[in-house]
Design a protein around this ligand. Structure first.
Ligand SMILES: [Zn+2]
Ligand SMILES: [Zn+2]
Length: 904
């Protein structure tokens, strides 16, 4: 689209207004303000992060609600912050260290490394905040917090100590997920499973120690046999019953392993019915080991290399060991075959390395007692999910929850507040470093080397950000928060855990509503990824088309999110939204050009109780009523978290009603009014009111352009200094005018019909036609008579004549030389003589008749379907019935017209 100099240029305007809002302190919410609170805490972006489309979507949604509520006189507070993102940040800084100084973190040591991370954060850690400002986010920056800030860290330690005191945190040697590359434990949630990995099911034999035969077992990971400490069979399996209790000889290490009976682990229908048991490297085997008191032998070191327990294979990487073990088994004649096997393989979420189940001493949180109150809170509706279907997913996970491994073998993060006594091994958990061992009094104490899982700090987010454990004014005012918006992918990582922590530490749910948005994909529905090269950088979109355009297009696209589908985004969506911005900008230009002599105070007085019907013309009564309907729709949709519906209702009003219709009507109105100041002022007032109200309605979605336009519009004295602090439009029923809306709808239909005739018959736009209207209903006839001028102006008619149906115009015009169409049940006819060729009117009418018949057939089928009639809302069914009646009348008239043509 060619850019004219008058088109909207977002860049300068957006930068100017954001700075202005900041300077005026509009984003800050005073916790002591005597207003109803509305609070959102931002899902803290990683300190390593830069803005991606997911953030753009989430922050658009959050800002829409915050701005909307702020304008509805709530004490709206949207709290910003960032997450230290332990493993992710550590990896970034390690990479930098390696690239710049060719050193590993071990080369410089823990203290120096942590120093580097802080330094890195100082240099780049606020980048995402700056990007959020470009988005127009009305975040309360004075409250910005980082999860490693001292007060926040104190809250993390407090939570750990309290849970430990209450017996909900324990240290134990358990089987955990280990990443041999990151060299840290991972929680179950940090492991991604590749469900369809093609592997093999490898069979080999363990010889019985007494030489009486062998037992064949199958495995997808032959190398783990180095850690086998039993073979299990089903107690009722006749193939193996006699062998239970006998010993097998391990071919590589000097131990005999027992044959045990276990009905839980073994499915006798699967394979040979004998299962090798590796308690130290498989979760099911671990449990079996506990049931049977088996030795648990770890065969790998932290890097996934076989340790001395692996006998001849020690020193081999786990995958090399797999090959070597197989080769050796073959050599010994113990290989019994292999077949292809599809199974799920766990990968580290950070680095994609295959995760190794490892036996390790770690810290855990006992989750079941925490999950219970969270389940109840959702059951009781104390927290609601939008869309509601997510509660099912939530319940399922919460009912099957497992203990959470919270220690990480990293350096960047909150160090675990536990100290160990060198003399007696006593472990002490404390808020501050103890000076002596509580058990033996020794003073040589060392702190646990590990740090806490990053999510252990993020699960405290809704209250630790507000000053917990202190009883602050902020907590009192803003907790529980009103709304949490986040991607559904972190429902368990974060949302469920915040529910648990909030209920445990605050005794109240952390948020009333959880809005779970879907993911933003590319236009084909593919996940955006740097590797695929299909990412869209929101900052680039903002640079080109403005933040308003990006925000509006995302809000618009949340339709698919409401249906649980991902949001397919293309830059074209932002271009469309930018065209919308241009349209509004042009409407503003038209308005400002026509405001000579306008007095905003006078107009405000005049419509203080709604417009006087006798004083205002139809277009003004109509637009003043329509803008209130739009307010009802937009505000109502936001109340129900239907963001896309809200955005679309605002768009529809502005584009189709205000710009396409009212501005055209106003042009004609101004032309008619000429120099009549009084007549002009009513049109001016309606125009300004409609546009000003529309800007407020649209403000939460497109904050910048709406502010700029709002500032330029005349307002009554005493108006606020910024659109941000005006009141959000809610329906004002004093402006509702059903009669005018019905009249206008009828007039619009006739005008559209006239325009269609002009287009279809290629009538030159300069030609003024005659319009002949015939209608059966007396009331409609009166309306059409009354608004002939408007019809003539908008339909470019020299003359408009209205008759009762049946009364014929044929005395005056030759029917065969008329174009005819239906506007609802109004016959619209245009004599074509002298304008265009008239011979194919009959064919055209036939085509229109076919169209009407098809629509009528569809409607009849729909209304004949009991499913539709019973399930659709009453007004939808009523509307369909009314349309049916109108279509039937229209068809009858068309048939009549055709008959007359045939006869004419
Ligand atoms: Zn990893
Ligand atoms: Zn001690």
């Amino acid at each position: 689209m060619a850019e004219t100099p008058k088109s909207y240029e977002p860049k300068e305007i957006e930068a100017r207004w954001y700075a202005e809002w900041m300077a005026r302190g509009y984003f800050h919410a005073d916790a002591a303000a005597p207003k109803a609170p509305f609070a959102i805490v931002i899902p803290p972006p990683n300190v390593t992060g830069s803005l991606h489309m997911g953030h753009a979507l989430g922050t658009t949604i959050e800002d829409v609600f915050t701005r909307w509520r702020r304008m509805a006189a709530y004490n709206a507070m949207w709290l910003p912050g960032s997450d230290h993102a332990g493993i992710a940040t550590q990896m970034v800084v390690e990479r930098e260290l390696r690239e710049r100084e060719k050193k590993s973190r071990h080369d410089i040591g823990r203290a120096a490394f942590v120093e580097r991370v802080w330094d890195w954060r100082k240099r780049t850690g606020n980048r995402i905040f700056e990007q959020l400002k470009l988005m127009g986010c009305s975040l309360d920056w004075e409250r910005a917090i980082f999860t490693m800030d001292p007060p926040y860290s104190a809250a993390v330690i407090e939570a750990f100590v309290r849970l430990h005191e209450d017996g909900l945190i324990y240290r134990a040697r358990r089987l955990i997920n280990w990443c041999p590359s990151c060299r840290t434990a991972l929680s179950d949630l940090e492991v991604d499973y590749d469900e369809g990995t093609q592997g093999e099911l490898y069979e080999f034999a363990y010889p019985l120690a007494d030489g009486s035969g062998e037992v064949v077992v199958a495995t997808t990971r032959p190398e783990t046999m180095l850690g086998d400490t039993a073979v299990a069979v089903h107690p009722d399996d006749p193939r193996h019953r006699a062998k239970i209790g006998k010993k097998l000889r391990h071919p590589f290490v000097s131990r005999e392993i027992p044959i045990i009976a276990d009905a839980i682990l073994v499915d006798p229908k699967f394979g040979t019915g004998a299962v090798k048991v590796t308690p130290a490297h498989d979760p099911n085997d671990f449990e079996t080991g506990q049931r049977h008191n088996l030795a648990m032998i770890s065969i790998f070191d932290e890097a996934g290399v076989v340790n001395k327990e692996g006998g001849p294979f020690a020193g081999l990487d786990r995958f090399a060991a797999r090959k070597a073990v197989k080769a050796k088994l073959k050599e010994l004649g113990l290989e019994r075959g292999s077949k292809p096997h599809v199974h799920a393989v766990g990968h580290c979420q950070r680095c994609e390395t295959v995760v190794e189940p490892m036996l390790s001493t770690q810290w855990f949180v006992k989750m079941e007692p925490l999950a219970k109150p969270a389940i109840e809170a959702v059951e009781q509706g104390k927290t609601k999910f939008v869309p509601e279907t997510w509660s099912k997913t939530f319940f399922h996970w919460m009912h099957n929850i497992r203990d959470w491994c919270i220690s990480r073998q990293l350096w960047w993060g909150h160090r675990i507040p536990a100290w160990y006594c060198a003399a007696c091994n006593e472990a002490m958990v404390a808020r501050t470093a103890p000076t002596a061992c509580g058990k033996c009094g020794a003073t040589e104490l060392t702190q646990d080397e590990d740090v806490l899982d990053t999510w252990f700090s993020s699960w405290l987010w809704p209250f630790a950000t507000l000053g917990w454990p202190n009883e602050t004014r902020e907590l009192k005012t803003f907790y529980p928060t009103t709304l949490l918006d986040t991607g559904y992918d972190i429902l368990f990582f974060w949302v469920a855990r915040m529910m648990m922590a909030g209920l445990y530490f605050m005794k109240k749910v952390p948020f009333r509503t959880v809005y779970l948005h879907t993911m933003v994909t590319d236009e084909k529905g593919e996940k955006m990824s740097k590797v695929k090269g299909n990412t869209i950088d929101p900052v680039e979109v903002i640079d080109k088309h403005g933040a308003d355009a990006l925000r509006f297009s995302l809000a618009w696209l949340t339709t698919s999110a409401a249906q649980g589908k991902n949001i397919k985004f293309a830059v074209g969506n932002a271009e469309d939204a930018r065209r919308f911005a241009n349209k509004i900008w042009n409407a503003k230009n038209f308005t400002l050009m026509n405001l000579d002599g306008y007095d905003a105070d006078r107009f405000a007085d005049r419509v203080a109780d709604g417009p006087d019907r006798a004083e205002f013309d139809l277009p003004e009564r109509w637009i003043l009523s329509r803008v209130q309907r739009a307010a009802e729709m937009v505000d109502g949709a936001l109340e129900e978290y239907r963001i896309a519906d809200a955005a679309q209702a605002a768009y529809h009003f502005i584009w189709h009603e205000l710009c396409d219709w009212y501005i055209e009507l106003a042009k004609a109105g101004f032309a008619r009014a000429g120099a009549d100041v009084e007549a002009r002022s009513k049109i001016q007032g309606a125009l300004v009111t409609a546009l000003e109200t529309a800007m407020r309605l649209l403000h939460p979605f497109m904050p910048f352009i709406t502010e700029e336009i709002w500032q330029q519009l005349p307002k009554p004295s005493g108006a606020p200094q910024s659109i941000m602090i005006t009141l959000y439009p809610v329906r004002d029923v004093r402006f509702y005018d059903d009669a005018s809306e019905a009249s206008m709808a009828l007039v619009q239909k006739v005008i559209v019909a006239l325009r269609n005739i002009r287009t279809e018959r290629k009538i030159p736009s300069s030609a003024r036609v005659k319009a002949l209207l015939a209608v059966g209903d007396d009331y409609k006839k009166t309306i059409l008579e009354g608004y002939k001028t408007i019809i003539a102006e908008q339909g470019r008619c020299a003359e408009v004549r209205v008759r009762r149906s049946g009364a014929s115009f044929s005395g005056e015009y030759q029917l065969s030389k008329m174009a005819m169409t239906m506007a609802g049940d109004v016959e619209v006819m245009v004599p074509l003589e002298g304008l265009v060729d008239t011979k194919d009117e009959a064919a055209r009418l036939e085509a229109e008749k076919a169209k009407l018949e098809k629509r009528l057939g569809d409607l009849k089928r729909k209304l004949g379907d009991p499913k539709f009639v019973d399930r659709a809302p009453l007004e939808v069914v009523d509307k369909a019935r009314a349309e049916l009646a109108e279509l039937e009348a229209a068809l009858a008239k068309l048939v009549d017209g055709l008959r007359r043509l045939g006869g004419g």
